[in-house]
Design a protein around this ligand. Structure first.
Ligand SMILES: *[C@@H]1O[C@H](CO)[C@@H](O)[C@H](O)[C@H]1NC(C)=O
Ligand SMILES: *[C@@H]1O[C@H](CO)[C@@H](O)[C@H](O)[C@H]1NC(C)=O
Length: 631
């Protein structure tokens, strides 16, 4: 008896000597402490975050008096800084989170918020503003509005092209819920017309520059471009399940996916967040962390083309972006590699002296929780030479390879990533206000909460990160139908038509139900070639300030009215080849008459000489290219 127990004791020591080196035991104990404290933080902070988030939404939110119904106020702060506006991007991301939460747990309060949002955005789409109006969609690129839904005319970094795709994504989440619960006609008649304007905008304007999500760089932003791709893929699938089609979506999306790849810096292993502008920065930016988490689709695994959170590219980028903040903030000093630090927007930031933000630190956590969901779902983790450095920070002995869930390496990685993610949340815990309020930033030197109070997006970021930690998978956006690169990567922008959505009265009592029989299990039928992509290339030498438009005998061509005509893009214009170009989807078999007009900077219009140009749209699926010279 005595001998046996000392043998067991000896065995225990022996085991500990091999597998349980003192530092491992220490790390495991630390991890358990962090987990417990983050568990309890989440339990307290979740109801606070919901309450304070909903307080910022009109018309009855407790801090949103004066805001119209369904309007998400960025922050109740009216001075230093004045955020008493509704930003299309912020509002869309907040509603995306609400719609997801609603999809997981039916809740009438959240349903009413989503419905109010759809109604408010239908109105907002029709508000003409400094960027333009709805006639050619340009006005949808406006950045922010007053909370009573009137236009803001002050100077700003305009346009910002992430608003429309993100808003479409938020509304599509609700549209799919409606379809899945037997309310397809509501999705089609009320929500789709609002979504459609945003998708049309995305297909038409994605290949033009605009300001990034931080409103500072004019160029092409990774966050905007990945959101554009997602919206069009999701839109094509949703259109089919509503018995309609979005040909522009399916035509354009693959070309955007090509462009998405060009932000990748292979030598450095990170995404250059702004290209076609912003070259004075090193490119590492929380822009790319946000792009990754907002395009998460667990059904497509660790796909790198769509920059899934657990793809080797996105993990390498995660390390690169997080590391870029290690040495620059005083509050991050002394924290070892492989442990979480406070994350800001980008290292050159000077806004409020450049600080960590709650929502960017939370994004770093969320990407890791997303990855854990997929690894557990697929029962393995693949470490490539690209992601090796990310993994080595956490598990120094790891090598490249695929580790199945039965291996000790898999377990070591899962535990280490979980703890690493929890550490980012522990930072939020330590930097929140005592009452749980989350403003925009915390001071880089002292950690004190600063800048806009009660930032709606901060609460939303907390709620989505912790939902992922709890294993809540966001609804799929059908990434698997659109993650292969096409053979033809030439940019194509498709001009479309826009209409104010007028029907925004949702029927009452739309409780969970079953899909209506017409949609149950029905596979969407291919739309064939009812519409054909026609590219108009016009060579016309123009002066600065002049624009070339296309007008013709079809609504898509403005019905001969130059103010509704389609603006051509001068992206390919050079002095030796004065090319203006645009693509339009036109009905197969349609007989088309058209002309180009030159719109002078004072708005006056010069028409081409007679006769009208004419052709018939073929009834085949082949794209048509018209080559014209100004006359
Ligand atoms: C709906 O969810 C919100 C946020 O979690 C919560 O505050 C509210 O009590 C819920 N309402 C209902 C009716 O369940
Ligand atoms: C337009 O797309 C092409 C092809 O992907 C790309 O090279 C170009 O930089 C894009 N420009 C803008 C402004 O998006």
């Amino acid at each position: 008896m005595h001998a046996l127990s000392s043998l067991l004791l000896l065995g225990a020591y022996a085991t500990q000597a091999v597998f349980g080196r003192p530092e491992d035991l220490h790390a495991r104990r630390e991890a358990a402490i962090i987990k417990r404290s983050v568990d309890s933080f989440i339990q307290t902070q979740t109801p606070i975050s919901w309450e304070r988030l909903l307080c910022n939404i009109g018309s009855d939110g407790c801090r949103a008096q004066g805001a119209a119904s369904g309007v998400v106020v960025a922050s109740p702060s009216k001075s230093n800084p004045d955020y008493w506006y509704t930003w299309t991007r912020d509002a869309a991301l907040v509603l995306k989170g609400i719609a997801e939460a609603f999809t997981h747990d039916y809740n009438t309060t959240l349903q009413r918020q989503v419905q109010n949002f759809v109604g408010s955005q239908a109105k907002l789409q029709g508000v003409s503003n400094p960027v333009g109006d709805l006639s050619n969609g340009a006005g949808l690129g406006e950045v922010k509005f007053y909370v009573d839904l009137t236009k803001f005319t002050g100077e700003w970094g305009r346009p910002q092209r992430d608003g429309p795709p993100l808003r479409a994504i938020a509304m599509m989440t609700y549209a799919r819920w409606l379809i899945n619960n037997g309310y397809t006609s509501t999705a089609r008649d009320i929500v789709w017309p609002v979504i459609k304007n945003d998708l049309t905008y995305t297909a038409q304007y994605w290949n033009q520059t605009g300001f990034d999500l931080w409103e500072e760089v004019q160029g092409s932003s990774f966050f905007t471009i990945t959101a554009s791709h997602r919206a069009l893929i999701e839109g094509a699938v949703l259109a089919q399940s509503l018995g309609t089609s979005c040909t522009a979506c399916s035509t354009v999306a693959p070309r955007i996916l090509c462009f998405v790849q060009s932000f990748w810096n292979q030598n450095q292993g990170y995404v250059v967040s702004n290209i076609n502008g912003g070259n004075y920065r090193n490119g590492r930016d929380a822009n790319s962390l946000l792009a990754s988490i907002h395009n998460f689709d667990a059904a497509v695994g660790c796909d790198a083309n769509t920059f899934q959170p657990c793809s080797d590219k996105a993990l390498s980028n995660h390390k690169s972006v997080v590391d870029s903040f290690r040495s620059i903030y005083t509050i991050n000093r002394g924290i070892a590699q492989g442990h979480a630090v406070a994350v800001g927007r980008y290292s050159e930031d000077v806004y409020y002296n450049g600080n960590p933000w709650y929502l960017t630190t939370l994004a770093a956590a969320e990407q890791l929780y997303d990855s854990l969901i997929v690894w557990k779902q697929q029962g393995s983790i693949t470490v490539t030479s690209l992601s090796l450095a990310f993994f080595r920070d956490l598990v120094p002995s790891v090598t490249t390879g695929t580790f199945s869930s039965s291996s000790s390496t898999y377990t070591a990685i899962i535990n280490a990533v979980q703890t690493y993610a929890d550490e980012f949340l522990a930072i939020i815990d330590s930097r929140k206000l005592p009452n749980g309020a989350l403003p925009e930033q915390f001071d880089r030197n002292t950690g004190t909460p600063i800048a806009a109070s009660d930032l709606t997006w901060s609460y939303s970021a907390f709620l989505t990160a912790t939902a992922r930690r709890a294993g809540k998978v966001p609804p799929s956006w059908s990434a698997a139908t659109g993650n292969t690169l096409p053979n033809n990567c030439a940019a194509v922008a498709v001009a479309g038509t826009y209409a104010t959505a007028t029907n925004t009265n949702f029927p009452t009592s739309q409780t969970p139900g079953v899909p209506s029989s017409t949609t149950t299990g029905s596979t969407p039928t291919p739309t064939g070639c009812s519409e054909v992509l026609v590219t108009f290339n016009e060579r016309a030498s123009t002066q600065w300030g002049q624009n070339i438009k296309l007008v013709g005998n079809h609504p898509a061509l403005g019905n001969w009215n130059p103010s509704n005509g389609i603006l051509l893009s001068a992206a390919g214009y050079t002095s030796s080849d004065p090319l203006w170009s645009i693509s339009v989807l036109l009905p197969a078999g349609q007989s088309i008459e058209y002309k180009y007009v030159n719109v002078q900077s004072d708005g006056s219009v010069r028409w081409e000489s007679d006769p009208n140009r004419q052709f018939t749209v073929p009834s085949t699926c082949n794209e048509v290219v018209r080559g014209d010279n100004w006359r």
